[in-house]
Design a protein. Structure first.
Length: 257
């Protein structure tokens, strides 16, 4: 195993401990010597490991003291939140709470983008949007759909709309949320609580509205918002199911070990 792999694996384990609350904010991380001894590595590699943990935003270097644990939930930015979410998956209660937040923010950005683009002068080349939707359909029709690729294309579609709307901040947040979700297989799968074909149908319907040049009625908009809200509730419920199944499987393995 290469030194970079060791650094990544050990940094991930230390980050998991921070996420789990095994190391408390304000406390000192184990020293370079302690990390080297616990994980059977030399001190130079241990120093690199703690440096990687600092790059995650989980600790900060204090001259003469070592590395202090940050309050990642209180003070962490979007990049820290991304790592925190990934390392929280073995702790269902924390992961579910975080995923609810992720879904709520994502829902708001996507809903606003779709409605704003529908009521604005549509400047994205329809052929470009159609090509993306065609690619979505091809992936959805596979015997085993690649959910990660499908979700990545959907993020790209919304990103195009946000760019056309000049919503650069929302686009940046969406990009970060997309990376956060795509990092976690359970989160990706949760976004397909319904069939992958349903995702394609929604985009086809939106494209038809944009092509028609006429805005949807208030009743149609209200229905869309209701359906969108119900879909995201199912996404969260599916995530809970997936984590419960993983926890039960881990429990069964532990019982038979």
């Amino acid at each position: 195993m290469g030194s970079q792999t060791v650094v990544a694996d050990v940094a991930d384990e230390l980050a998991r401990r921070v996420a789990a609350g095994e190391y408390q904010p304000g406390d000192l991380m184990p020293s370079v010597r302690q990390v080297a001894e616990e994980f059977d590595m030399n001190r130079a590699t241990a120093q690199l490991t703690l440096g990687r943990l600092e790059s995650y935003g989980f600790v900060e270097a204090r001259r003469g003291k070592g590395f202090t644990i940050r309050d990642v939930r209180e003070a962490g930015g979007i990049d820290v939140y991304r790592h925190l979410f990934r390392f929280s998956i073995p702790m269902p209660d924390i992961a579910i709470e975080m995923f609810r937040d992720v879904v709520e923010v994502e829902r708001g950005i996507v809903m606003e983008a779709l409605l704003a683009y529908t009521s604005s002068e549509q400047t994205v080349d329809p052929a470009v949007l159609k090509a993306d939707i065609d690619e979505l359909e091809s992936l959805a029709r596979l015997e085993v759909p690649d959910f990660r690729k499908i979700l990545g294309i959907e993020v790209r579609l919304v990103r195009r709309l946000l760019t056309a709307l000049g919503a650069s901040m929302q686009r940046a947040v969406l990009n970060s949320i997309g990376e956060m979700v795509l990092d976690v297989p359970e989160a990706v799968d949760a976004y397909f609580a319904g069939a992958a074909d349903l995702h394609v149908l929604v985009w086809r319907a939106l494209a038809a509205v944009w092509d028609s040049g006429s805005a949807p009625s208030d009743a149609q908009l209200a229905l869309f918002e209701d359906l969108f809200g119900m879909y995201h509730e199912k996404v969260v419920a599916r995530f809970v199911e997936l984590l419960d199944a993983t926890e039960e499987a881990d429990g069964s393995q532990a019982a038979t070990a």
